[in-house]
Design a protein around this ligand. Structure first.
Ligand code: HDE
Length: 705
């Protein structure tokens, strides 16, 4: 059986990692030199109460290694969670690209995916309002291909040279290192207010996309336009998409804030636990393909990373699926040491001249050199390709590879000319022969000056609830900004996107008459005429793009959703078990929440294990609440204040709530339902199927709260 697995392409990486996996089970404790340790409890001292001796090699080795355990965290995307899996191609892309892993339907390629927040440190909360990184390493037979994207289809800036400014502005302020993992402070909004090209990504950041319910419920985007090149040498522009099989869902800002306190590892735990339970995380992989001849047919520039290609103009063609099915064995060795790079490509995938992408191509290796401590980070197990690699690069800190022989240069005769170059027909990478003709200049193309049309399109595409959340988010974030002129300048920019939105935000900030700043773009070269850098007025084309609204996501599954069952001694076994079984069939996860930890006894005397007490959990950890019957159980729960707030919060957060039999009494007492007609998503004595359908909806936004 093991032999068979070794032959499977999708297992190649995990088999490779096994070579470096060391299991301590049943082994003696030793030094790093293999010497068995007799006493790991006491240092070597001169006498019982005397000084410690320098001679104690075990103490020295142990402490020295400990002293050097930390490496620098990533300058951005420091906090991340990752998992292994595979990518399966369903439809050949051979018409567009010669990339080997995209040729034959059914081909499985091992992958490692890492999701991250951008601004926070390694130990910061998962639920920060932030963009999420969505990076996938494909271990293909032609070398590693890294698709290093985000969960939003556009970026804040158009040129890599502004990246350090953007990141300095959003990170904690340099004088006091406040605030952690938050954009709600002066320097971020100062930069935004002076740099109108940020506004499209800012709109997405203010939307619920920035506070996902789960890493498994967010989309991924390559953002930049890349190139495909087929066997005939013909090129196509391409944008990459990941669409979550569970749909795109978020939490509310109030929930995000609470979760950050109650369980800052919420997303990491959710990914780990669901994979652990065999509920694998899945995304469909899609491409938007644009013929080279059509490069200029859009109202925006394809090379501009602050623009998306509306899916209504160029549909996303779904061609495969990624399944993450294996947790890491060691977080540091795998998730922390993985090194992504948008420049890791394979034949058939190439770059466009997007100036943001071009800058990234330099940055990633550069940052790994300092973060991972030298040029040999490609030898770290998680970073090694599954295909062989040979070249004349040598030496450097921590070199693992032993290259025998006399020759380390090319051309050589001492090594009989090896390693040799590969012809294109042998899989040698050739760059696309794009014709370039231009002056060496520093300027921004005029075609990049439309900063407001797509933010306006985004806002137009949201439903009323989504719009309200954007208004609330702007009001919160700008409300945290101390300098009035920054608030005013930003609201001025919002007027250019949507006057109603600007007015609503302005009212919340006490700004009387929001006006666009006279010179709105402050990021232009010293010698330039500022007028040449002024953004164009919004003229969205199309006016809206339904695909960007989360309200239009698929809602057909409750797999891995967390459902709290309120129960105490005397809970009605039948109503609890019936619902539990029905939810279990749909692969939802039921957690018994009780007045105390340990166990409770049902009405029929059986013992049930308690998962959480009302003290250890909170409504924000769950997708829905169910209250089974049982007079005694309900009598107990009615007396617990936290249980009542639990339900009230779930109600306020638009979540489905179900109750049967005596459970109704608790619901009535907690929610004080006055009218006979039940609020949307509150279900009394309904079939399990109705409760399941309600959970599929995720939230009942139309509920009056
Ligand atoms: Fe990155 N980015 N980035 N970035 N980025 C890094 O590389 C950089 C950008 C993204 O899980 C760094 O290994 C520049 C866009 C992800 O390990 C660094 C620019 C997009 C990750 C870096 C950008 C991304 C990174 C820090 C402007 C979406 C985490 C640590 C030109 C398409 C990968 C590291 C992981 C990480 C530079 C802009 C995505 C410093 C200079 C746009 C998902 O090299």
């Amino acid at each position: 059986m093991a032999k068979k697995n070794e032959n499977k392409l999708e297992d190649q990486k995990s088999n490779d990692l096994k070579k470096n996996t060391v299991d301590n089970n049943g082994e003696f404790l030793t030094t790093n030199q293999g010497l068995r340790i007799n006493d790991d409890q006491n240092s070597l001292t001169a006498g019982e109460r005397g000084p410690t001796l320098l001679e104690d090699f075990h103490l020295r080795e142990k402490i020295t290694h400990f002293d050097h355990e930390r490496i620098p965290e990533r300058i951005v995307h420091a906090r991340g969670s990752g998992a292994h899996g595979y990518f399966e191609l369903h439809e050949s892309l051979s018409e567009y690209t010669k990339a080997d892993f995209l040729q034959t339907p059914g081909t499985r390629t091992p992958v490692f995916a890492r999701f991250s927040t951008v601004a926070g440190s390694r130990g910061s909360t998962d639920l920060a309002r932030d963009v999420r990184g969505f990076a996938v390493k494909f271990y293909t037979q032609e070398g590693n291909y890294d698709l290093v994207g985000n969960n939003m289809p556009i970026f804040f800036i158009q040129d890599a040279i502004k990246f350090p400014d953007l990141i300095h502005a959003v990170k904690p302020e340099p004088n006091n290192e406040i605030p952690q993992a938050a954009s709600a402070h002066d320097t971020f909004w100062d930069f935004v207010s002076l740099t109108p090209e940020t506004m499209h990504n800012v709109m997405w950041l203010m939307s619920d996309r920035a506070i996902p319910r789960s890493l498994r419920m967010m989309e991924g985007f390559g953002i930049h336009t890349y190139r495909f090149v087929n066997k005939e040498g013909k090129s196509f522009f391409v944008r990459f998409h990941w669409k979550p099989v569970l749909g795109v869902h978020s939490v509310l800002w109030e929930e995000a804030q609470k979760i950050s306190g109650i369980d800052p590892d919420f997303h990491r735990r959710d990914l780990y636990d669901s994979i652990d339970k065999g509920m694998f995380a899945e995304w469909d992989f899609g491409v938007q393909i644009v013929n080279e001849e059509d490069e200029h047919k859009f109202s925006f520039d394809l090379l501009d990373p602050t623009k998306l290609i509306p899916e209504e103009l160029v549909p996303v063609k779904i061609v495969g699926r990624m399944t993450l099915n294996r947790n890491v064995d060691n977080f540091f060795a795998e998730t922390e040491q993985i090194a992504f790079h948008p420049g890791h490509v394979v034949p058939g995938i190439d770059f466009s001249n997007d100036p943001l992408l071009q800058g990234r191509l330099f940055s990633y290796t550069d940052t790994q050199l300092i973060r991972l401590g030298g040029p040999n980070f490609h030898e770290i197990p998680i970073n090694r390709p599954v295909c062989p690699f040979h070249n004349n690069q040598r030496d450097g800190y921590m070199r693992q590879t032993i290259n025998p022989g006399q020759s380390s240069y090319h051309p050589n005769s001492t090594g009989e000319g090896f390693p040799k170059q590969a012809k294109e027909s042998e899989g040698g990478y050739t760059s696309y022969h794009e014709r370039i003709d231009g002056h060496k200049i520093r300027t921004r193309s005029k075609s990049f000056m439309d900063h407001f049309s797509q933010p306006a399109m985004f806002y137009n595409s949201l439903n009323e609830v989504e719009k309200q959340h954007v208004i609330d988010a702007f009001s919160f974030e700008l409300g945290k900004v101390k300098k009035a002129e920054i608030r005013e300048r930003t609201v001025g920019l919002i007027t250019k996107i949507n006057k109603d939105l600007a007015k609503l935000v302005a009212d919340r900030l006490g700004i009387k008459n929001p006006k666009p700043d006279k010179i709105m773009n402050h990021s232009y070269p010293a010698d330039a005429n500022p007028n040449d850098y002024q953004p164009m007025d919004a003229n969205p084309d199309p006016k809206s793009s339904p695909a960007v609204s989360m309200a239009n996501t698929r809602k057909d599954s409750i797999k891995s959703r967390m459902i709290a069952f309120f129960a105490a001694d005397g809970v009605d076994a039948k109503s609890m078990e019936n619902m539990k079984k029905a939810l279990g069939k749909q692969q939802a996860i039921v957690k018994i929440v009780a007045p105390h930890a340990g166990e409770i006894k049902t009405s029929s005397g059986e013992t049930v294990k308690v998962d959480e007490s009302f003290l250890t959990a909170d409504s924000v950890m769950f997708d829905a609440i169910f209250i089974p019957g049982g007079k005694k159980s309900i009598n107990t729960i009615v007396g617990i204040d936290k249980a009542k707030t639990y339900v009230q919060d779930a109600f306020k957060h638009f979540k489905p709530i179900g109750a049967v039999d005596d459970g109704e009494e608790f619901l009535q007492k907690s929610l004080e339902l006055k009218s006979k007609e039940l609020p949307k998503g509150v279900l009394l004595n309904e079939q399990a199927s109705a409760f399941i359908d309600a959970i599929k909806q995720h939230r009942f936004w139309e509920r009056k709260v």
